[in-house]
Design a protein around this ligand. Structure first.
Ligand code: NAP
Length: 234
């Protein structure tokens, strides 16, 4: 049984952040698939991963996620019942973290089009769609043909949304890794073999090698919860 207070301690963001700290959050099967037989992350990590996922949301100022994942997983704004209100009050966080979605097409799940949510897009996105979304959401143009993730991280920093929990997906993750914008990775390994053509938790055309240091390793009901920090000294 996972102790939520212990989890909050072991997955706490660094104190006194002065800029956005990008934590990425993923679950994988034993053979490295980021999706289950239905093509979603689903319950690859079972109950321990669900507990950790909710806790990581509870610790964050903002949830950064790419549009592909919002469409595949049917994203909607976070509700108060999905986070630990007591913990957020103790940490002086807003009642719920907003979702910041990254998209060029601006094809977003309808429930996500709601006040308080952010959209990062590029100048090449459809202007009529951008204008329509801007009536409800906070739309930020960050980049010309593609969203520039450095500009996104700078904008989140300026807004004081320092505790970033990035929930994917693999394409966005690959871009963040290519630009060395990932400060830490929380990856759960669930006790399943999936095989098939499922994606890994990151992919891009740029092959890089970023040193990471294991910060936390917890076993719960046969599921591994891990936290890896970017080691910029290496
Ligand atoms: N195992 C896990 O923990 C986990 C976590 C997350 C997702 N997933 C799974 O991964 C799959 C989705 O991942 P994915 O890799 O296909 O997609 P993704 O990374 O979630 O989304 C890709 C989309 O994000 C937008 N995007 C990303 N980078 C951009 C940039 N620089 N500029 C503009 N737009 C950008 C584009 O949206 P538009 O098309 O709207 O322009 C692009 O098509 C789903 O099956 C999901 O269930 C698994």
């Amino acid at each position: 049984m996972l102790d939520v207070d212990e989890l909050a301690d072991r997955f706490a963001y660094p104190d006194d952040l002065t800029r956005a700290w990008v934590r990425t959050v993923f679950v994988s099967s034993v053979d490295g698939s980021a999706t289950d037989h239905r093509g979603v992350s689903g319950d690859l990590g079972g109950a321990p991963d669900s507990t950790l996922f909710a806790l990581l949301r509870s610790l964050s100022d903002v949830i950064l996620v790419a549009a592909g994942t919002t469409r595949a997983e049917g994203y909607a704004p976070v509700t108060p019942s999905e986070v630990d209100a007591e913990l957020r009050t103790r940490l002086k966080l807003s009642p719920v973290p907003p979702i910041a979605v990254v998209s060029a097409s601006l094809d977003l799940p309808e429930p996500l089009v709601a006040p308080g949510q952010l959209v990062y897009t590029c100048a090449s996105s459809p202007k009529d769609r951008r204008d329509a979304l801007a009536e409800t959401m906070d739309v930020v143009v960050a980049g010309e043909r593609r969203v520039d993730f450095r500009a996104v991280v700078d904008d989140l920093s300026r807004r004081g949304l320092h505790r970033v929990s990035c929930e994917g997906g693999p394409t966005l993750h690959g871009e963040l890794i290519a630009q060395d914008l990932v400060d830490e990775v929380c990856v759960t390994i669930g006790p399943t073999l999936v095989g098939g053509p499922g994606p890994r938790i990151a992919h891009s055309n740029a092959v890089t090698e970023r040193a990471m240091r294991l910060a936390t390793l917890i076993e719960a009901d046969g599921v591994l919860l891990t936290r890896w920090l970017r080691d910029r000294s290496a």
